[in-house]
Each structure stands twice: as C-alpha cells, then as structure tokens.
Write a protein that binds this ligand. Sequence first.
Ligand SMILES: C[S@@+](CC[C@H](N)C(=O)[O-])C[C@H]1O[C@@H](n2cnc3c(N)ncnc32)[C@H](O)[C@@H]1O
Length: 274
Amino acid sequence: MTTNRQQEGSPQQTLGWSPALVDRTARRTAQKEAAFLLPYLKPGMRLLDCGCGPGTITIGLAEAVAPGEATGIDIGAQQIELARANAAQSDTANVRFQVADVLKLPFEDNFFDVVYANTLIMYFIDKAPALKEMRRVLRPGGLIGIRDLGTNGDVVWPPDGPLERTIALYLKGFHYRGAWDPSNGQGNRGQLLRAGFVRCQASADCEASGTPESLALVAEVWKMRVLASNLWVEQGWIDRAGQERLAQDIGEWAKRPDAFHSRLFCSAIGWKEG
Ligand SMILES: C[S@@+](CC[C@H](N)C(=O)[O-])C[C@H]1O[C@@H](n2cnc3c(N)ncnc32)[C@H](O)[C@@H]1O
C-alpha cells in the first residue's frame, strides 16, 4: 500500500495502531465523520468512498443516498473483507466494496455524483494525483468531501503536560523526515482549490476524550508512539529513560479526574465545475 507519494509503512504502522485503536476506527460513522457532507447528499446519488477501511462510514453514506449506490474502495484487501463483513451485518443493500488504489480508480470518467475520503488524503505528501483521480471519476457538478487530521490543533488539559510535549515531538519527527504531516488537514480547502474544484469550503470537528475509558485509549495510543519513536532518541530530543518516563507520565495524566484531550479534524468540500 506504500506508494512513492506516501510515507513508508502503512498508515496503521505510521500512526501506531493498536487493536483498541483499530476497534475505535471500526466504530466510525457517517453521522460523525461525514457530518460536513451529509447535508448535501440526496437519495439516488452515486457515491464513492476512497480509502474506506472497515466501511462503517460507507455504510452510513449508502443509507443517505439510497436507493443510489455507495462504493467503498481500499488498497488493503483485509480492509475490504472487513468492510464486506460489516455490510453483511447491516441491513444496507446498496453498498459494495472493492480493492482499488485511489491513484488508479477502476471507474470511468464522470461516474460518481459524490466522492469522499476520510483520513486518506493526509497520507500523501503530494496530494495532487489522488485528488486529480477523484476529480476524474466525479461528474461535472459533482461534490467532493475530504476530512483529515489537524494534529497541531489538538487541545490538552491541563496545559503544558506530557501529552502536549509528546504531540510536539511527534510533529517534529514528521517535519524532520519531510514526511506527510498529520496537521495537514488544515490545508484541505487549498488542496481542493489547487486540484481545480470550485466553491470550496472548509469546516472542522473534534473528537473529545473526557472519560476514564476514552482517555485510557488516548494514553495507549500516545504511549505506544512515544516508545516506538527511535528517531527522537537518535536525534537527541529525548533519551531512552526520558522516553519511558514520558510514556508513564501520559498514563498518569490520563487517570487525572480533570484530564481532557480533543483531536482536531479538518474537512473541506468543493464541486467539479459543470
Ligand atoms: C486511516 S484509514 C481510514 C479508513 C476509513 N476512511 C475510516 O475513516 O474509517 C486509511 C485507509 O486508507 C487506505 N489506503 C491507503 N492508501 C491507499 C490508496 N493508495 N488507495 C486506497 N486506499 C488507501 C488504507 O488501507 C486505510 O484503510
């Protein structure tokens, strides 16, 4: 799944995915993850979800366009299997899934009324080829919607604690490597404009964690990222003992009764002129 325009390693590896995080991803919904798009969807539309992963969002999108059809594509065959299993468990008949690369979509020009991607475009250092391909399969007058992380907009309480320090190191690592940047969702409106879409609008939403369970998951994800980050040690940004301490401090922070974390997601919509 790695392309020369994506960071080495799968998004799962790059982001430090744990079983709990995979589970959280499988609970994503169109109501939340595509809230910015839903007002524009109409019955009968033909919709494409690129990088659909486990397909839970696609299934919700299919319900919004029924009796139109929603198609989810993903480069990962396992993701597509999972998506098909999730669809089989739902009552949604107008959804289908297939393995495909967003850089080479197996659809004719102008085929879809809507194309969508949640947390896919951010992985491409050069986003133009993916957006160009999504634009190609979109009919004139059709709608695109993309949503990605804006990690440098994350909010943590209390401030200046171990998680904020970790996020700063995490982003520093991406910038050092010249890799894709998990803050780049903030540029999504500009990306759509540069790809030739018109009437582009941006919006944002957040995923807030303020319960012991949700904070435990946040801590698990970030602790794993801290402990896996050899680069930080190689560059002298932190030593091994400091790394261990930071991971421990994140665990302690998450148990605080006043702890809070909010993750920023940035969305943009636009239309293909026509
Ligand atoms: C972070 S996951 C998001 C999954 C889904 N959109 C969601 O939000 O639940 C990114 C997905 O993009 C897929 N992906 C990565 N590169 C791709 C490519 N070139 N073409 C299609 N899918 C790709 C991955 O396999 C993964 O399932």
